[in-house]
Design a protein around this ligand. Structure first.
Ligand SMILES: [Zn+2]
Length: 558
């Protein structure tokens, strides 16, 4: 069984919406957001002019549990352009200090759930209007009194309370490859919504296929497990690979060079990719109630785990929040994307983005699995309480950080890094002009939701995608690890698919002294102010005498 993120369920369910003046309209996925010219300082070999301020040097600041004086040990001063290898500045993954700081956050009763709202006023009003007009999805077929029906998928019938693995062909052919792809259908014993989870619409994005595979493991599916058809109310369809030829060739595209995620809902008699899109749309998606499409960043960059959804669409808004992540980008998505077409057809749909292409990002996979479970819990498809983040950043715009020189960039930060204005994001070096370098500075304070990992840059190449943060700064800072990276909800927890047998158990032998765990503790402390010293002393003696007889029966866990 998956573990609940500790304390998450206790967060206040009431979102406090802060007003914001900071608006940068523009769809995130279409890249229309306001580009900002980044400041680049050209450097010569003069090592004295090295900027003192670096992300590494100030990395401790945001961490509540760390001690300040230790912070200056990074190479910003000493190593100049000659040693690109000295990149220990790169933030590492979450370590134990991160957990400590997280626990501190959780023990702080003031940390209630908040929304740091960066969405323009008009858009916010539109979202609020559409949510208040929305009645909520209630279908007669979800009515428990009506009983459960067989689930139909690709002309096959699936009995209530059972699981079927079905191959879905993506082309109608009798010769050649039909690119059949596996779909696992878990049809609950009780009625409820149909939720479809998809991966590898882009063939080289491996987080989706992995997360889907994890969801289909024996540790997740079956009696008593997280996805138990016997207790499920509704149906879950899991399709790990929607682009099988691309997946086999490590390619984002279909063999005809097209991007499947621009061709929905497809055309039955169109080009190859359109035909595939049409099969997926008709067979897998159009009749479902909710869609979770799992993606990563395209080649050459890495995404901080995030959700993208059209927040004006009430059911999409609901799923976006239910996923349980800190970062939600409000956008309709480019034309022809599965998510956009699904939303337009009334399906509550979100895209999850985490990690990069051709790379098995363990953290991103784990967060995706937790997110899917959160959505299923929130929709009451499976039992349990969804975990909630400490805060949500709802964004409708961003700032791009670009290189202004060409060469090889050595990144000082990674996706999820929190940066202040003028922090060094990376350093560009041109191996043909040894000894020279140019620093890329952050144009403003914010959270990097995506960073480049392809070192080759020319002037204008984006190296970072920044969410400017002007509100809730302290809240965000309290959830940074020792390297100033945001600790994403679910990332610090155990993988939910881990088998019970894989958990090491260490036996500690002995017996409880006094017959109970807490028997040897002093019974109580004398309380001053209740009388004089003598009566206190005699009272204490009496209570000790009484306690002996009670000890076994009164043993309690603390
Ligand atoms: Zn993708």
């Amino acid at each position: 069984m998956p573990k609940e993120t500790p304390g998450k369920g206790n967060a206040s369910p009431v979102d406090r919406v802060e007003t914001a003046s900071e608006n940068k309209g523009g769809a995130v996925e279409s890249g229309v957001s306001t580009p900002k010219t980044m400041k680049t300082k050209s450097k010569t070999a003069d090592s004295k002019s090295q900027p003192k301020k670096s992300v590494a040097a100030k990395s401790k600041k945001g961490n509540v549990s760390s001690v300040k004086p230790k912070s200056v040990k990074k190479p910003a001063k000493s190593t100049k352009t000659k040693k690109p290898a000295a990149k220990s500045t790169k933030p590492k993954k979450t370590t134990s200090p991160a957990l400590e700081s997280k626990n501190e956050i959780e023990s702080n009763p003031k940390s209630t759930l908040k929304v740091s709202n960066q969405i323009p006023k008009e858009r916010r009003a539109k979202i609020e209007r559409s949510l208040s007009n929305h009645k909520g999805k209630k279908r007669s077929e979800w009515d428990r009194a009506g009983g459960v029906k067989q689930h139909r998928f690709l002309k096959k019938r699936i009995k209530p309370g059972t699981i079927r693995k079905i191959k879905m062909p993506l082309l109608d052919v009798t010769m050649g490859d039909d690119w059949a792809t596996p779909v696992t259908v878990i049809h609950g014993a009780r009625p409820g919504p149909v939720v479809t989870v998809t991966g590898a619409v882009h063939g080289d994005e491996l987080v989706g296929p992995l997360a889907c595979s994890m969801l289909c493991q024996e540790t997740m599916i079956g009696i008593g497990k997280a996805l138990d058809a016997a207790t499920m109310a509704g149906t879950v369809r899991i399709a790990p690979i929607l682009n099988p030829p691309g997946f086999r060739r490590n390619s984002r595209y279909f063999p005809d060079g097209r991007d499947l995620n621009r061709e929905f809902p497809g055309r039955e008699n169109g080009n190859t990719t359109q035909r595939v899109a049409s099969h997926i749309w008709d067979g897998l998606v159009q009749d479902c109630d909710y869609l979770i499409d799992l993606h990563t960043a395209a080649r050459g960059r890495t995404n901080l785990p995030q959700i993208r959804a059209d927040l004006v669409h009430p059911e999409s808004n609901r799923v976006a929040r239910a996923f349980g992540l800190e970062v939600i980008l409000d956008s309709k998505g480019p034309r022809g994307t599965l998510r956009r077409v699904a939303s337009d057809h009334g399906i509550g749909s979100v895209t999850y983005e985490g990690g990069g292409a051709n790379f098995t990002d363990h953290e991103a996979v784990k967060v995706a699995v937790y997110g899917v479970l959160n959505v299923l819990r929130s929709l009451h498809v499976i039992p349990g309480h969804p975990s909630r983040p400490r805060f949500r950043l709802l964004a409708s715009g961003s700032t791009w950080v670009r290189a202004d020189e060409g060469g090889l960039v050595d990144m000082f930060v990674s996706s999820g890094s929190f940066v202040e204005k003028d922090d060094i994001i990376g350093r560009i070096m041109d191996p043909q002009r040894p000894g020279e370098s140019a620093d890329i500075l952050s144009p403003e304070r914010g959270l990097l939701i995506c960073t480049a990992n392809n070192p080759f840059v020319t002037a204008g190449t984006p190296v970072g995608h920044l969410l400017p943060i002007n509100r809730g700064v302290q809240l965000v800072k309290r959830q940074l690890d020792a390297q100033n990276r945001l600790i994403i909800s679910g990332s610090a927890d155990e993988p939910p698919w881990r088998d019970e047998a894989e958990v090491d158990e260490i036996a500690i032998e002995g017996s409880w002294s006094g017959g109970a765990v807490d028997a040897e503790w002093q019974r109580d402390w004398a309380q001053p102010g209740l009388g004089d010293a003598e009566s206190l002393a005699s009272g204490a003696a009496n209570s000790t005498a009484d306690a002996v007889g009670e000890e076994e029966s009164s043993e309690e866990e603390q």
